[in-house]
Design a protein around this ligand. Structure first.
Ligand code: GDG
Length: 730
């Protein structure tokens, strides 16, 4: 059984030293809390810095820490004070953090910080290489270790490596500001699977890969240096049960009572975050003040409890932010407070779990206003804790969580009028509506909880590995191309079964009514000039469209994935009747895609199932749709189902008709001595499956397939067909 090596800058346990005693405490922050439950349930070893610099401990201390951590399945990477200063406080937090959060004004670019970042990534690399077994899965986390995947790959090309970024990946025009931009992307590309919280970050990353290196992606796959790797969205979940059941804890109950006694009937607005300029604390305070100013009827009736956890206190910008926050809180309290009431209760410290969940529970509103945030787990925890279902989440659209929590009041953190209005709206929202909204969000959070998130990532990583193994043997090599041309030259009865979208024209044109371009038509004309050739375009498109496009060209046509055939221009015929008992097998897959694709939903019609993604962000929806289609292939190959991809819908209809039947039909028409079938998606798999062993079948793109070979893109298809039509190699 393979182990999972979780690698992150910090371990989930933090060691500290008081006098001569070493103490251990759970680490704070999203990554540590999120991954901890996964760590406990699997055969995992967590590798990271234990939080105490090695200058402060002697050999005995190092031994003590190592032994204690070993019992917790943790493995320490010891770093010195100067390393932490330059690598973590320096490059990570003064360069990467602001750039990746698109707050460029805070970024510094210094070579010595970059060099230390390299050195520390190397130390992590050496540590992992000294303990990794060949079948271990290595899961690297976050922006502190972006060079590590490549370093590991160079030393051990066989390793299974996943990388997950917990913060945003910026738009490429911001990312390009980094002097070391190529090195960092290359570092990440050392992984087999690269995960982000949202599709925006995936797209930004792919844009940078394309811009910097020219690699195109296909359904999130990149063929990078002849290794297929996948880039995908995995919106991190929370330990749902832990929060939803927290109210059972007697300490939490006591705390709730205490808060109620202190606050009385006043409405509570809550915010919790680390002291960080990305969290929009100043903007929040300004908006709250604006709310008080514009709505004096709420004076003495609301209270903002603002928990701010100390963070990166050695970095100057963070010290300045603290000062600003302190002053602004003082100013607002000074201006509006009465003898019995201060509008803001400001706690600058970390609070225990029971206090945190008590606050989530009693709060009427959670006001979460980051200027930019990878995900923001606090928003999800607030909703999960609300098992009485009352409470309103006001959430910045700049938080990754906003993509999943559409029932919250979504605001722009820079728009104080909107925030102020939303507070008022939330204070007056009827309980029934609050409950309804929260229940919808809870269902989603309960489904895609943190363990499911981690399992999903792990499964996808293993899938990529097996694809790599398959693909490396199947890629159409120059030798095979030469063999195809030679066989073509020798043959006298040749059949071409060519898919249209994604095979003869780019996938980006797919599902639009795009005519074949001149070049494509020329290639086809060239092929059919030779009387030995029968060319058939096998498409999912409607027969009317194909008839129009190929009205004057004497090619065979297959429309509607095999529903209709044309042998002679203008003469169409159908193939087969229908069958129907399949829904229970298909529905779970569609439900999984609803979980993973915010905004999508299932419609059940009498004779079909439809997956809609009209409400999903458009490019993300499209990517998921293509992926879903390819997954449906495996489920439907024996079920005689037709899968239609319409405008923002995928519809599955029992027809008993597929491209395989039409392939069968054409293959049986003659004694062909050369068959070449090319296609790019699930529907072409039926064609491949119905060919004789002597046929050449080629899948366009990197996915796994029943074809004999894979080819990169439709551009290469055209080159190959041109070579054949000219009857020579170019
Ligand atoms: C990074 C990304 C992404 C906070 N204060 C206390 C406390 N917490 C816990 C919360 C939550 C976690 O810390 C904070 O997570 P966030 O997601 O809000 O933010 P970051 O720490 O910045 O995390 C972020 C995350 O990674 C995961 O990928 O969502 O975007 O920046 O779990 O509950 N816990 C306790 N006392 C506190 O005072 N006990």
């Amino acid at each position: 059984m393979s182990r999972i090596l979780i690698v992150s800058n910090r371990l989930p346990v933090t060691a500290s030293k008081k006098k001569d005693k070493i103490n251990f405490l759970p680490s704070a922050g999203g990554l540590a809390t999120g991954m901890s439950s996964f760590h406990q349930d699997y055969d995992c070893l967590w590798i990271g810095w234990p939080g105490l610099v090695k200058d402060r401990i002697d050999e005995k201390g190092i031994q003590e820490i190592t032994t204690k951590l070993e019992k917790l399945n943790n493995y320490p990477v010891f770093l010195s004070q100067s390393q932490i200063q330059a690598y973590y406080n320096g490059f990570c937090n003064k360069t990467i953090w602001p750039i990746f959060h698109s707050l460029t004004q805070y970024a510094v670019y210094q070579n010595f910080l970059w060099e230390e970042y390299n050195r520390v990534n190397k130390i992590f690399c050496q540590t992992i290489l000294s303990i990794a077994r060949p079948d271990d899965i290595i899961w690297v986390h976050d922006y502190q270790l972006m060079l590590l995947p490549k370093m590991l790959r160079e030393k051990r090309p066989d390793l299974t490596i996943g990388f997950f970024l917990h913060i945003p990946f910026p738009p490429q025009e911001i990312y390009r500001l980094l002097p070391w931009r190529e090195k960092i992307v290359e570092g990440i590309l050392g992984a087999d699977l690269i995960g982000f919280h949202t599709y925006d970050y995936v797209r930004n990353f792919l844009d940078s890969v394309l811009r910097l290196f020219g690699y195109e992606s296909n359904m999130g796959y990149i063929n990078y240096q002849n290794r297929i790797l996948k880039i995908d969205t995995f919106p991190m979940g929370i330990d749902y049960e832990r929060f939803s059941s927290s109210i059972q804890n007697p300490d939490t109950k006591k705390e709730i009572k205490k808060i109620r006694e202190q606050v009385g009937e006043k409405k509570i607005i809550l915010s919790i975050d680390r002291m960080d300029y990305t969290k929009g604390i100043i903007k929040r305070l300004e908006a709250f003040e604006f709310f008080l100013q514009k709505n004096p009827e709420y004076l003495e009736k609301v209270i903002l409890i603002m928990v701010v956890v100390p963070s990166r206190i050695r970095v100057k910008q963070y010290q300045q932010l603290k000062q600003q926050v302190d002053e602004l809180v003082g100013e607002i309290n000074g201006k509006y407070a009465t003898i019995n009431w201060s509008p803001i209760r400001y706690l600058f410290k970390s609070i225990p779990f029971y206090e945190l969940t008590a606050l989530y529970y009693v709060a009427d509103i959670a006001l979460i206003t980051p200027l930019k945030d990878g995900m923001n787990l606090v928003a999800k925890e607030f909703i999960a804790t609300k098992n009485n279902n009352k409470g309103v989440l006001i959430l910045s659209e700049m938080a990754g969580a906003a993509a999943e929590l559409g029932e919250a009041l979504i605001i722009n953190p820079n728009n104080r009028e909107q925030i102020s209005w939303s507070i008022k709206y939330a204070l007056n929202m009827p309980d029934k509506i609050q409950k309804k909204r929260n229940q919808i969000m809870q269902k989603r959070l309960k489904n895609y909880h943190v363990k499911k998130w981690a399992d999903d990532f792990k499964e996808n990583l293993l899938k990529v590995k097996s694809m790599q193994a398959e693909f490396s043997e199947k890629y159409l090599s120059p030798e095979t191309r030469l063999k195809i041309v030679k066989d073509y030259q020798k043959s006298i009865n040749r059949l071409f079964l060519l898919d249209y979208d994604g095979t003869l024209i780019s996938t980006s044109y797919k599902f639009k009514k795009v005519k074949p371009d001149k070049k494509t038509l020329n290639i086809i004309q060239q092929l059919i000039k030779d009387k030995k050739n029968q060319v058939v375009i096998v498409s999912g498109r409607e027969k009317e469209t194909l008839e129009k496009w190929f009205a004057n060209i004497n090619v065979g046509l297959v429309a509607g994935h095999g529903t209709w055939l044309r042998e002679k221009i203008g003469q169409w015929k159908t193939v087969k009747p229908l069958i129907n008992k399949w829904k229970d097998q298909i529905r779970p897959l569609l439900e999984l895609y609803v979980d993973r694709t915010p905004g999508s939903f299932i419609q059940e019609k009498e004779h079909s199932l439809v997956w809609h993604y009209i409400k999903t962000e458009s490019s993300f929806g499209r990517m998921r749709a293509l992926e879903l289609k390819s997954s449906l292939l495996h489920l439907t190959s024996n079920l005689d189902l037709e899968v239609l991809h319409g405008e923002k819908v995928i519809e599955i209809i029992p027809t008993g008709i597929n491209k395989g039947l039409s392939a069968d039909y054409w293959v049986s028409q003659k004694d062909w001595d050369f068959i070449l079938a090319i296609g790019d998606d699930w529907s072409d798999e039926d064609t491949f499956a119905n060919l004789p062993d002597t046929a050449y079948s080629v899948k366009v793109g990197a996915g796994s397939s029943q074809s004999n070979y894979n080819i990169d893109s439709y551009v290469e298809v055209k080159t190959l067909l041109t070579e054949l039509s000219k009857n020579k190699l170019s």
